[in-house]
Design a protein around this ligand. Structure first.
Ligand SMILES: C[S@@+](CC[C@H](N)C(=O)[O-])C[C@H]1O[C@@H](n2cnc3c(N)ncnc32)[C@H](O)[C@@H]1O
Length: 363
């Protein structure tokens, strides 16, 4: 943790001393573990840096997202747009060589720098970070669904990922990431950042976005919500009727109800060893037909129940990628009221309990 009241040189020396990230994530000449020269050529970028009285060499690993933001104008804008108060504790993920860290220390009370995924976040007011793009999904999930209450986040992200976060229902980029994040947070575009502003230059462009937690969050179990959106967005442009007629989907859903020990439904979920005739998309060849195997009766009954639920809310012909949160929440509540659940263990609604990084999956 770095503190504003320390002198700049104290903080710089602390940064130098505590650059465990550099030791962990950047391999120096003496410690690097990879000996294969071919791999090295592809994987790292060598930077010479002059410190007070010595020249250091840093090896930046592209595979760890070690692209340093070098443009001071962009660094200043990120800090300025973050609206940091002098009393704020800022959490920075991936400080690298401290380019952003030192600017944050000019305005914040404290700056924490730590691993994004392996440890719990400390208490913080704002997250401000130029993150390794490979961990964008789990990091954003941990921020918005995590235990900490926070005032906001300013994140430098891969441009395509940022566009998905910003997408609205009906936009081509609108997907499960957007629908999950935007349930609990608003996302604001700040600016685009050219790949030329980084060292080494990445292949992709970047954008800065701000994430604001919503003041009013819908009463919903987050694990159930994420399991539901995972189901709905498997084929986001198909109609819900077509999605919920897929045999694999129906079988999984049936199995889940049985695992949950739903006494009402147990009779029809008892036996469903069906010969699998699915095509490579995971879509059943019998999607629109009646199921004719031994368990055809059970599966047909279950399918009718699911389709009845969709019809009761007028959802059968609607596409998930065009539905608002209100409509999706309404559909989930129709399913749940009919004692049909998407997640194995439905817990009481509690934001603090949500451990949802994995629920976002690859996005
Ligand atoms: C894009 S660089 C940003 C460096 C610096 N903040 C800047 O703006 O110049 C991302 C940094 O995150 C580090 N990193 C990689 N995986 C991480 C993780 N799981 N948690 C925290 N930092 C990580 C990388 O080693 C790298 O230093």
């Amino acid at each position: 943790m770095l503190h504003r009241t320390k002198t700049l040189s104290e903080n710089i020396s602390k940064l130098n001393l505590s650059q465990h990230f550099l030791r962990q994530h950047c391999r120096t000449k003496s410690t690097r573990r990879f000996n294969n020269a071919k791999d090295e050529d592809e994987d790292y970028h060598r930077v010479r840096r002059k410190t007070e009285n010595q020249e250091a060499q840093i090896y930046l690993l592209k595979s760890r997202g070690q692209h340093l933001l070098m443009n001071p104008r962009v660094l200043n804008s990120i800090v300025q747009k973050s609206n940091i108060l002098p009393t704020d504790t800022v959490l920075e993920i991936g400080p690298g060589t401290g380019n952003l860290t030192l600017k944050l220390l000019e305005v914040a009370e404290k700056v924490f720098c730590q691993d994004a995924l392996r440890t719990e976040f400390p208490k913080f007011d704002l997250m401000v970070a130029n993150i390794p793009y490979g961990i964008s999904s789990p990091l954003v999930a941990k921020l918005v669904f995590g235990k900490n209450s926070y005032r906001g986040g300013t994140l430098l992200l891969q441009k395509e990922f940022a566009r998905r976060l910003l997408a609205n229902p009906g936009d081509s980029e609108f997907n499960r990431l957007a629908v999950n994040v935007r349930l609990v947070a608003d996302v604001e575009f700040v600016m685009n950042v050219s790949k030329k502003d980084f060292l080494p230059c990445p292949k992709v462009d970047s954008s800065v976005v701000k994430i604001h937690p919503k003041a009013e969050i819908p009463e919903v179990d987050y694990e159930e919500w994420c399991a539901f959106t995972r189901t709905c967005f498997t084929k986001k442009n198909k109609t819900l009727g077509a999605i919920f007629k897929q045999k694999r989907m129906l079988l999984e859903l049936m199995k889940l109800q049985e695992i949950k020990g739903d006494e009402v439904n147990n009779t029809i979920y008892s036996d469903y060893h069906v010969n699998d005739t699915e095509d490579e998309d995971g879509l059943s060849n019998e999607d629109n037909a009646n199921f004719s195997s031994d368990v055809g009766m059970d599966l047909n009954l279950f399918r009718e129940k699911v389709i009845d639920i969709l019809r009761s809310g007028g959802f059968e012909d609607k596409r998930p990628s065009k539905l608002s949160h209100e409509e999706l929440l309404n559909l989930l509540s129709l399913f749940n009221r009919a004692r049909l659940h998407f997640h194995g263990q439905v817990k009481p609604t509690n934001r603090k309990d949500a451990e949802l990084a994995s629920a976002f999956g690859p996005l």
